[in-house]
Design a protein. Structure first.
Length: 378
């Protein structure tokens, strides 16, 4: 049977090749090289953030549907899509578990390297949606005091449980951003971390950004890092990726190449949602598709020497066993010009649920805390 459905897909979307071929003619193109001419006779497009969906790309093409295998959609000009009759869908929450693990690794690394206990610090979370809600859960399990800022939620749900941004900045030891990029309006997040807001931050605080590079005024952040008003920063996202700010990278505590959401599980979730959305639109028999045989971790059974250790130290040992964030930072700092290569060839990382803890020396209460984090207990 001849396939009449034509699809163009980013060639770096994992688990995708071979799935749609029984239903469509599929062409794979590097995401940042997809051009208007490639879409002249194309019905659907499957992308990541590396493809900017604007009027120049879709004007005059046959595109009917765009599936983005990503949690955000600021790379999509929604007005242009409406103008040209193109429907689109993203994959909200697809990599939230991966960012949750990245945050656990980052907080563990900060605690170990700077000799502080979680329970002695306040974690401020800016943006409490799919990802931020998981980070809130993480912070409470680890023992942090937690402050939350999310004006859109506060307007709908009431102010109880939320605090103002100024209060959060002034009282938090670690401030983590989990917001979408919004360029204007009451909930504008573009450069929300700037010279003015930095002045409100508690002296010696740490900044973590895994959301979008454009929410940070990088010059203001660099100034704060070099003059010592901030203790340090952990950045996974940057303005002008992949041509990132070299001096800023050299001055952050940890810098990674936009891979916080790049666990195998997060990638599988994003691809699955994109295919299911496309299948629903074109009435294909893939509405429950999910990748099979996702590679297991090299060491899925974890057994650490926990006898005599305190609760927090044991939690940190098991978190670190699943993901060493320092390696990703070292890779980028040593190979800054290879930002895109490091993303495209990111080594396999599995989330907590792929691991089984085999340790008879820990209490039932601590086992339950590990289960809450996402681990399995043998």
């Amino acid at each position: 049977m001849t396939n009449t459905l034509a699809i163009v897909a980013d060639d770096k979307i994992p688990f995708l090749k071979g799935v749609l071929e029984p239903y469509a003619n599929v062409r794979y193109i590097p995401g940042n090289e997809i051009k208007n001419a490639d879409l002249a006779y194309t019905d659907a497009l499957i992308v990541r953030t590396r493809t900017t969906i604007d009027e120049a790309l879709i004007k005059g093409t046959a595109i009917k549907f765009i599936a983005s295998a990503t949690i955000g959609f600021d790379h999509i000009d929604t007005d242009a899509c409406q103008k040209w009759g193109v429907q689109w869908m993203n994959a909200p929450g697809c990599n939230s578990g991966s960012v949750y693990q990245y945050m656990a690794a980052a907080l563990t690394h900060l605690s170990n390297a700077n000799n502080f206990d979680f329970a002695d610090r306040t974690l401020g979370i800016v943006g409490v949606g799919n990802v931020g809600s998981k980070v809130e859960k993480l912070g409470r399990i680890l023992g942090f005091s937690v402050l939350l800022n999310d004006p859109p939620r506060a307007r709908v749900e009431g102010s109880a449980g939320f605090t103002s941004l100024d209060t959060l900045l002034a009282q938090s030891d670690i401030i983590s951003f989990h917001v979408p990029l919004i360029l204007s309006g009451i909930d504008k997040t573009f450069e929300m971390l700037n010279a003015e807001t930095i002045r409100h931050i508690k002296p010696g605080a740490w900044i973590i950004n895994t959301s979008r590079g454009d929410i940070v005024d990088e010059s203001a952040l660099l100034t704060a890092l070099t003059n010592g008003s901030l203790n340090g920063a952990i950045l996974d996202v940057w303005k002008n990726e992949p041509e990132i700010h070299t001096e800023l990278l050299n001055n952050v505590y940890l810098g990674t190449p936009h891979i916080a959401g790049y666990s195998l599980d997060g990638k599988a979730n994003g691809t699955s949602q994109a295919i299911r959305n496309l299948a629903d639109f074109f009435n294909l028999k893939l509405d429950v598709w999910y990748p099979e045989n996702i590679p297991a971790p090299a060491e899925s059974n974890l057994k650490r020497t926990s006898g005599g250790k305190q609760r927090e130290e044991i939690l940190k040992d098991y978190i670190h066993a699943t993901y060493d964030i320092q390696q990703d930072s070292n890779s980028l700092k040593h190979h800054i010009r290879d930002f895109e290569y490091l993303r495209g060839h990111y080594p396999p990382r599995r989330e907590f649920h792929a691991y089984f803890i085999d340790d008879n020396n820990i209490s039932e209460e601590l086992k339950q805390d590990l289960v809450k984090l996402g681990f399995n207990i043998k």
